[in-house]
Design a protein around this ligand. Structure first.
Ligand code: SF4
Length: 325
């Protein structure tokens, strides 16, 4: 990267930067200033064990996707053995990703290792979870050893749309679990940031404000990234006519709630523009691939995009694309 060459594992940041978006690499670059050779910020993949099969995920990150496609589970390296070789002396921030981190025993084995090095109280622990695991006493006792904790709940919709995009766990369970995390944050003196992270894609561009409402209701912060892979689900697959319809819906939703204020106060205005303007110059011509993709997986999983996205289905483009498919 110092020579301007992106390794294969960095293609998401490369793709986001090519589209003029602010990649994770850029966002984090200025947070931690380290002397040469000092490891202050570490992000580690703990494994692909997962209890969900999100539509935009893949076998590298989800064991349920591996099973779906008849591929072996991604167990390319032992995260604990890797971690044990690392000098933690200067570490300030540790971020663990999965899979579903909280159902993976290696997540807790890594935290045990940090604890044995007596480093936990100096480190901010950060991790992503799909919200499927309730916060119990075991999790609380692990978290309380750290200097502070940042949790990213991966949420791409609410209600039936959430279950459609991220199948595997009922939305009611996820909402109840997140309430449990919010209650813990209120009770503890541990500095905690509870954040909802959303992948903006063709399936949820019309429902982002529902997620924002959810964040406002539970006093959660919110972050997002615009999906680039798989490109069948990219927001840019939506034809201009559908995007215009989404913009109309989003603009009318603005009158009913506080989302505009929320976006402005949290520096999300560039996304706000995506959701309220249709950007006619940016159109991928083969947008019917989106409908073919949905139809293919709906028939395999016995789901129905028409029932969870009725406003899409009513759109003439979607009906004609489905009939042609
Ligand atoms: S919860 Fe995360 S790792 Fe699991 S399938 Fe969904 S996106 Fe992939």
């Amino acid at each position: 990267l110092n020579r301007g060459v992106f390794p294969a594992g960095c293609k998401n940041c490369q793709s986001e930067e090519a589209q003029g978006l602010q990649s994770l690499r850029i966002k984090r670059k200025d947070i931690f200033k380290a002397a040469a050779g000092e490891l202050v910020d570490l992000e580690l993949f703990v494994g692909s064990l997962c209890n969900m099969k999100c539509r935009m995920c893949d076998p590298n990150h989800s064991s349920l996707w591996s099973r779906e496609l008849g591929e072996p589970m991604n167990s390319g390296y032992d995260p604990v053995a890797f971690f044990e070789k690392i000098d933690l002396h200067n570490l300030q921030h540790l971020r663990l990703l999965g899979g579903e981190t909280l159902i993976n025993k290696d997540f807790f084995r890594i935290l045990d290792h940090v604890d044995r090095q007596s480093r936990s109280s100096q480190i901010t622990l950060s991790f992503a979870t799909n919200g499927s695991r309730e916060i119990d006493d075991k999790i609380k006792s692990y978290l309380l050893k750290f200097k502070s904790v940042e949790v990213d709940f991966s949420i791409d919709g609410t209600g039936a749309l959430a279950e459609y995009i991220r199948p595997g766990v009922a939305w009611s369970k996820i909402e109840a679990n997140i309430s449990g995390w919010v209650d813990f944050k209120k009770q503890t003196t541990l500095p905690m940031n509870l954040n909802v992270h959303t992948t903006i894609q063709s399936l949820n561009a019309h429902a982002i404000f529902d997620i924002v409402d959810f964040c406002i209701k539970h006093r959660l912060s919110w972050s997002h990234r615009v999906l680039t892979e798989p490109n069948e689900l990219s927001w840019l697959r939506l034809p201009i006519s559908v995007r215009e319809e989404i913009c109309r819906m989003n603009n009318s939703a603005l009158d009913k709630n506080r989302v505009q204020e929320f976006f402005a106060s949290r520096n999300h205005m560039s996304l706000f523009k995506i959701l309220t303007q249709s950007f006619p110059g940016l159109e991928i011509k083969d947008s019917k691939e989106l409908i073919s993709y949905l139809e293919f997986w709906d028939s395999r999983w016995k789901t129905s995009w028409r029932s969870v996205m009725p406003s899409f289905w009513q759109h003439s483009f979607c009906q004609s694309a489905a009939l042609e498919g």
